[in-house]
Design a protein around this ligand. Structure first.
Ligand SMILES: Nc1nc2c(ncn2[C@@H]2O[C@H](COP(=O)(O)OP(=O)(O)OP(=O)(O)O)[C@@H](O)[C@H]2O)c(=O)[nH]1
Ligand SMILES: [Mg+2]
Length: 225
């Protein structure tokens, strides 16, 4: 089969499984967020700071994807929430089948929030729907403010851009306003938070965004009670 029809077939099979996952997340009221960035932008660090802040009784879990190693899962397990590593063995993105397989022994009725940390890559993960309610793209200040223009797909598809490592701003030439402008050229009205996982600056804005998404996601009955 030619490459293009084959790719199309793979993506439509992925979309089918992702639609099933989305329906299951909705049925059980699980908010699923798919966190995407280039390697090393600070996805796991953001999750570490998030899990550290959330109350222990919160029904939160993480699936974290990498090509190799259990490193990220080991970092995140310290916070005592359920965490599983997905090692893709070479694939540059997670797909819906991997999520389905790794959720098989996690009853969704026990969860309210599922974070998926995608494989570090700004390109491939943007084509693979994982059934998430929203994608979140992380861009660190060491990567250059032009990245939303160079990799528009992921910025277009993400609800939120987390500008990370802002503690490094004194040391790198990075124009925050230009980065925001570029992101909003690709995705008008895109929400943006600026954080440092090192100093904790801006994490409050991220947690506020997260809590707003969580309460908007709850069923009307739950939200009232
Ligand atoms: N200065 C600074 N360093 C940070 C910050 N957040 C993360 N880092 C560092 O950046 C490096 C990569 O962070 P990770 O959290 O592992 O990044 P990641 O996106 O999960 O990386 P992959 O999963 O490999 O794609 C580590 O050395 C972190 O300590 C930050 O806010 N400020
Ligand atoms: Mg990571």
């Amino acid at each position: 089969m030619d490459r293009v029809p084959l790719e199309r077939k793979v993506l439509s099979e992925n979309d089918r499984i992702a639609a099933e996952l989305r329906a299951r997340f909705q049925e059980h009221n699980v908010l699923c967020l798919n966190i995407i960035s280039s390697p090393g932008s600070g996805k796991t660090s953001l999750l570490e700071r998030t899990l550290e802040t959330l109350p222990r009784h919160d029904r939160v879990a993480v699936l974290t994807g990498d090509i190799q190693t259990e490193n990220d899962a080991n970092r995140l397990k310290r916070f005592l929430f359920p965490v599983k590593q997905i090692t893709t063995g070479g694939t540059c993105h997670l797909d819906a089948r991997m999520i389905e397989r790794h959720l098989a022994d996690w009853p969704l009725e026990d969860l309210d929030l599922l974070f998926i940390e995608n494989v570090g890559n700004l390109v491939c993960p943007s084509s693979y729907d994982l059934g998430e309610a929203a994608k979140v793209v992380v861009l660190s200040v060491t990567e250059g403010e032009d990245k939303p223009l160079k990799y528009p797909s992921i910025f277009f598809k993400s609800d939120l851009m987390v500008l990370s490592k802002i503690d490094l701003l004194p040391y790198v030439p990075f124009d925050m306003n230009a980065a925001a402008e570029n992101a909003r050229k690709v995705h008008p009205g895109m929400e943006i938070v600026k954080v440092s996982c090192l100093t904790g600056n801006g994490l409050h804005e991220w947690m506020t965004w997260l809590e707003q998404r969580r309460s908007a996601h709850k069923s009307p009955v739950e939200a009232v009670s």
